[in-house]
Design a binder for this molecule. Structure first.
Ligand code: G4P
Length: 298
């Protein structure tokens, strides 16, 4: 997947989601629990408007559970209902319907007061590419559904996936563009595999992520790569390059003349990070964003 979001694409994606909003009661915004802020679409509030929204922190199996709890609090403080899930294994998925019901409880009560039988809540999953939308839809459906991209007029032919309970899901997710405007988010998206490595230089991505990892998980990193004098901070790019070089030497990533092959070393770090071999890690914390604004994503 190559990220090529031009203004025309954005307008189209926004319009496609807006068309679907008319059909649903609640938006399920899927984020990557390892990078909840960087995996958020910068215009999500504008796109989804006043529609009630449930935030799911997906891939929680790969994220640091303490940080996931911090992020859940952060979003709750901003008035959002939040739930951590692992769409791959299904952990937390059964709780989605209950959360959606809680979110819509006043509307449901009004229907009951009018003597109406509440119908199942209709939801749309939205998120950036690779965040786990198809996995979640398939998990909820209990079978593999061929999930295709949007085509003009496709909303008419869309199917509702019944969950056997109080929730129905639109079978086609809303695809949002990632935060490519912010270089830090770009590095974190690349590090987690949300955007392809060839969009950015792999060694630059690794150096950036090493700075995040040293800040949050220094002892784990030191042990994994045998780094005996790893500093508490990597304040600049050069200090991160030095660490990547040490990792390259420890792992035998050598080019001609005894020089380290940085790309190879970077590939090892990123592969191990994505596969969870370094342990459960979250690359960003709410503290980084809490001062900026009441809703920093917009
Ligand atoms: P999308 O529709 O939003 O684009 O994402 P999709 O469901 O295709 O999921 C992207 C990748 O993320 C898939 O891996 C999927 O298995 C993985 N994934 C989704 N949810 C979870 C989760 O909760 N935990 C973990 N650990 N992984 C999850 P893939 O097919 O192997 O693709 P890739 O890893 O090669 O990118």
């Amino acid at each position: 997947m190559t990220i090529q979001w031009f203004p025309g694409h954005m307008t189209r994606a926004k319009r496609q989601i807006e068309e679907k909003l008319k059909l649903i009661d609640v938006v399920i915004e899927l984020l990557d629990a390892r990078i909840p802020q960087s995996s958020r679409n910068p215009m999500i509030d504008e796109i989804t408007g006043a529609k009630p929204r449930l935030i799911l922190l997906n891939k929680a199996d790969l994220a640091d559970s303490e940080r996931t709890a911090e992020w859940s609090r952060y979003f709750r403080d901003k008035g959002h209902m939040t739930l951590a899930i692992d769409a791959n294994s299904g952990t937390g998925v059964k709780e989605i319907a209950g959360k959606a019901k809680e979110l819509l409880k006043e509307k449901i009560q009004r229907q009951i007061d009018k003597g109406m039988k509440p119908r199942p809540i209709r939801a749309l999953i939205v998120g950036i590419p690779n965040v786990g939308k198809s996995t979640l839809i398939n998990r909820i459906a209990g079978r593999n559904i061929a999930i295709t991209g949007d085509r003009p007029g496709v909303t008419k032919g869309q199917q509702w996936i019944k969950t056997g309970g109080d929730l129905e899901l639109l079978d086609t997710p809303g695809i949002l563009w990632p935060r490519f405007d912010d270089p830090i988010a770009g590095f974190r998206l690349a590090a987690t595999g949300a955007i392809k490595e060839d969009v950015l230089h792999i060694d630059e991505v690794a150096c950036f992520v090493l700075q995040d990892l040293v800040r949050g998980y220094r002892p784990i990193l030191a042990e994994r790569y045998g780094l005996t004098d790893l500093p508490a901070e990597l304040p600049d790019l050069q200090s991160a390059v030095d660490v990547l070089e040490q990792i390259g030497r420890r792992r035998g990533c050598l080019a001609g003349g005894g020089h380290v092959d940085y790309e190879k070393a970077a590939g090892i770090v990123l592969r191990e990070l994505r596969a969870g071999k370094l342990g459960r890690m979250t690359l960003e914390s709410p503290d980084e964003f809490s001062e900026t604004a009441s809703e920093p994503t917009t």
